[in-house]
Unconditional design. Sequence first.
Length: 744
Amino acid sequence: MAHFNADPLVAQNRVTIFTCRFQRAYTQSNTMNKSTESHNQAWWEKPNRVLLVNLREGDEPKINAQALVDDMKNYDASAFCISGGGIVAFYQTQIPDHRLSNGLMGRDLLAEIIPLAHASGLKVLARIDPSCAPMALAEKNPEWFSRDEKGQFREVSEHYVTCPNAQYYHRRIVDIAIEMIQRYNADGIWNNQGKFAAWDTDTCFCKTCKDLFKFDTGLDLPLKEDWQSKPWRVYNQWRYEKIAVWVKTMHTAIHQAKADAVFIAATQLCESLETIQPGGWDIDYWVEHQDVLTFECQRRNTAPWWPGIQAKYLSSIAKGKPKWMTVSYFYPWWRLYAAPEEENRPWIAQQFANGVSSWLHINGASSEIFDRRGYAPMQEVFQRLGRWQDYFDQATSCSQVAIVYSRFSQDNYGQDKPYARYVDAVRGYYMALQEAHIPFDVLSDKFLHHETLKKYQVVVLPNTACLTQSALDALIDFTNQGGTLVATFESGMYDEMGEKRSRGGLADIFKVKKTKILTQLKSSYGHIQEPKHPIFLGIENTDLIPNDGSMVDIELTTPTPSPLTLIPPVTAHSGATISIPEYSGNFTPTTKPLFISQQYGLGQGLWFSNQMDMLFYHYGFPDLGKMLANAVAMGLGERRDLEVIASNFVDVTSMIQGQRRLVHLINLPVGKSLNTGWRHPGGNLIAQTNIVVRIKLAANQTLKEVRLASSESLLQVRHHQAWHEVVIPQLDDHEIVIFEFVKT
Ligand SMILES: [Zn+2]
């Protein structure tokens, strides 16, 4: 088990021991040769390390401005965020009825902190929270507040929840933001909680919402969540669009007030849907109105690769914009208690390795009782990111594979079970490619077009049931032009609003005559018909793989034998917990395909008609993951340009940066198997040794040298056939393998 010392020199030396046999003199100046020029970049476009300092009312007396600024230096931070205004003001506001925080006692924190920070070269963002306001304001401005179905205000901690369609959001919060930017020279605004249904309240039934919804859609505001009813799905969509209107309002006003101030509203992807969805948070609609696209990544009752999927998604939608993501070292429900260092390190590494700057959230540090163990290791990690920032600047993914994430499918197909019906399929495919060390991007279903797709060899649709016609057209065109499209289960069978298409959207690619859905396939099997088929690579000496869930029963226009067919459930009797197929008498092979491959134009379509990805996520049967990865490898074929031989918990990303190829290796923590239904704490980072990384060069590339970022030591390169191969002696938590090409 690796033990991490907070002293960076000690950590560095340990790696050096293993790499010295390849090492030669390597001057610091080599690393200082910036591969990209950044003179014209705004501060937020450069690599950043940001700290989020959250204050509670009453924390103010503990704040010493100089000590705070000095502490930021311990993290090699470039910027930090401090509580500003909204619910209460942590500065001497001039806006009427903007209540001063009780602990302020005449002080003005923004006036004290911002000039000192600027003098130290640090940027400062002021935090706003528009989600609720003092109850007294409801007397003068009742229309500012959210209402329940009976018209009552919604009380939270002696405040009322505000409505994001009301003038409180669109005028007053704008005024507060501008005051902090103009009077205090804040470098930007960080928004917390700008959303519908804040603080777990329900649908807003205020007059503004009712009138606006009627005006926008012609419909009455639905009284309760009912995914079977179209008005509810329309309302769900409307919430996303209305929050986007507010984001645009804020962004425009802030830039008018100060051209180089940034506005950052953060949301999340695919986890915490109970917050994101009723809140109306979809970052896709904010892209044009955000200076830095930002996700929050604080909760930990998630898959360990949540930072990775969010970072990949941000990178694909950002269109050249910078990307940031929060990271906490605590568990949200015990926010004063530190998560294990071994879990936090790969959490941050996944962000950096996918081109995203980290914000460390040290919320709670001003509390009397606090777990301080997170500080030293996080300072070390942030200082390392500072040393490595040249390998971050302008580095972009060169993955050959993309997985599609579809918020339309999450909502309108997932309905009241978004995880079980949709998200788990994405998680399963993500895990399969991560374990197979095949780097990939994550694309939004809303930005699928020819230009987006043409850089990929393979595009994966993990049960991407709901797709717009234009997305389908782009995917069909991608396949026709030579790409490989991999789909599972009901991909393409619904429109974006969840209406079933009369004919599957991908039926032409897969040459489908008709389909029907088979359900309740527990204790069924897949029957391997062609053991030599590439889909079964690494799965030898078995006739079967396990199956469950549902499948699409496909009738093809031209019947073709499938390499994997269904053996229906083999249940001895109703309610049996274990069945003995040989004796139960209904072990009946069929010709129903669980996997088909079809040529289409210059490309091919591969379809798992069952829920292969979801089953892999639920059961973890290795064969299911291998088949999912093999389908992608079939699409890559000889064009595959990266292979890594390592344990399956080593995560790999592939980036290009000027004349460099950067292969990030991240050691994911190994969890404990707890039967809590909640999470597996990642308490163990097991150092990995002798990891093989091999790349193929593009036609215009000549390899100059290969080295490791942690020690800047050179690696010996072996060449065989088209591959250039190195061995990484040891991976602790995060390493970058730098393939440096000759400048042409
Ligand atoms: Zn409202």
